[in-house]
Design a protein around this ligand. Sequence first.
Ligand SMILES: [Zn+2]
Length: 286
Amino acid sequence: MRRRALLVSLAALSGTAIWPGLAWPGLAWPGLARGAGIDSTEQPRLLLVIDDVGHSLVAGRRTLALPGPINCAFLPHSAHGRDLALEARALGKGIMLHAPMANSQHLALGPGALTPDLSKAELQRILREDLDAIPHVAGVNNHMGSLLTSRRQPMEWVMEVLRERKLWFVDSRTTASTLAWQVAQEQGIPALMRDVFLDHEQTPAFVHRQFLRGLSIAREYGSALMIGHPHDVTLDYLHEALPLMDELGFQRLTVSAFLHQQADFARLDPADRRLMNMHRRHWGMG
Ligand SMILES: [Zn+2]
């Protein structure tokens, strides 16, 4: 992808005219205005999670080479998960456990899977072993999980372990009937939900369209959490698109940094919030 064409197509969405007359080939651009739901002085925030890291060293290293704040979700007991997590730590990337959870299609889950037939003690022991397998984990999201995340009791058991380890949770939302985010909230676990999957179709046009959806959600609601995978098409796209985000006015954050920011913000009174938004705008402070 040519950087200039990509920048122009992304700018079309953000409402900033850069080199008018050019457009991303083959794709239509809806005229999106700045959303009403976000304070006009606040920078929209982008959170990017790359799932399924750990099987391939090459794809893992390309993921870690993505510029700026990204979150890598490592499969437990995977061939390179532990080593890549140590590299991620050294590079200042966010580190997550990508916890395999039972799905309704009966797809293979690999080692460390959490399934509905497990007792509370067994499920929590497996989850603790998964967490111990990946160093420096700050939070967890679910790998698959369309079955398990729709069951309240195992989700309560999962969140108990997260609370004990002071970890946050991202609900990948692999089913509309997921209870994971809700149960996390009820138990006081800092939790976010996935807004966009980038690459369930692995073509450049699809990834681009999904990424734009993420930008438009961030503009409208203040933030967006996008999940991709270490596929070549996704990594090629992100290596080109991510360096442009700063120029287009989006702030990129790890999930941990975002949750700290939200927690700090919630403690401020309204006047201080306005001041903090000004600081963020002018100094990029988080
Ligand atoms: Zn996964």
